[in-house]
Design a binder for this molecule. Structure first.
Ligand SMILES: [Zn+2]
Length: 204
């Protein structure tokens, strides 16, 4: 079987979608290959609807009309090879996924877990392979929580919630100004004029 892939001229590969190309000149998707449409309540339940009173439920991605993929039999063969033992592309994708899931965590490092609102130290990160397949790596980490207990899991790093730093303590607010500084001129205004005006400020 000829597995040569020849997308239409000017098309570019869609990021994060295997064997999918889209047209960067497309006005609907700008080459992303994806268009979003809103799903309404009446779509799902087949209700009659009043156009003035439609209820949007959620948005759903759809392939754009411009999307191009190889023929089905070629796709099946490409997919079969991708899933085969030790496939290098699949191994790379898997390791990229693992690197993303582990995030900045390294053995010996201390991290803040935003979900449990507590800290932990990474004891070890261990790797294994499903069915001995080098393209099917798996990982897990053993951590010691700040209260001393240990767990082993493979919870992905959450960039929005987890941190390498301790959560900031509640800020006590600005320190009170000492009385002897309350009516003096700001330190930045050192000109004669500001010195003179500061003399004439009422003393408290
Ligand atoms: Zn398009």
């Amino acid at each position: 079987m000829d597995l040569t892939i020849t997308p239409p001229p000017g098309y570019s590969a869609v990021p994060d979608a295997r064997w999918t190309w889209a047209d960067p000149r497309c006005e609907r998707c700008q080459g992303s290959g994806t268009v979003w449409h809103t799903v309404y309540e009446h779509d799902i339940y087949g209700w009659e609807y009043d156009p003035e009173e439609v209820i949007p439920l959620y948005r759903e991605p759809d392939d754009c009309d411009c999307v191009w993929t190889p023929d089905v039999d070629v796709l099946e063969e490409l997919s079969r090879r991708y899933r085969s033992w030790g496939n290098a592309d699949r191994a790379r994708d898997a390791w990229e996924g693992i690197a993303q899931a582990i995030g900045p965590r390294r053995p010996g490092g201390w991290y803040w877990c935003g979900y449990w609102r507590t800290g932990y130290t990474v004891v070890s990160i261990d790797y294994s392979f499903y069915d001995g397949d080098p393209a099917s790596p798996a990982w897990q980490m053993t951590v010691q929580w700040d209260d001393g207990h240990r767990t082993t899991h493979f919870t992905a790093w959450d960039h929005g919630r987890d941190s390498c730093h301790r959560a900031p303590a509640r800020h006590p607010g600005p320190a009170p100004v000492p009385p002897e500084l309350r009516s003096s001129a700001p330190a930045s205004s050192r000109g004669l004029w500001s010195l003179l005006t500061s003399w004439f400020q009422p003393r408290r």
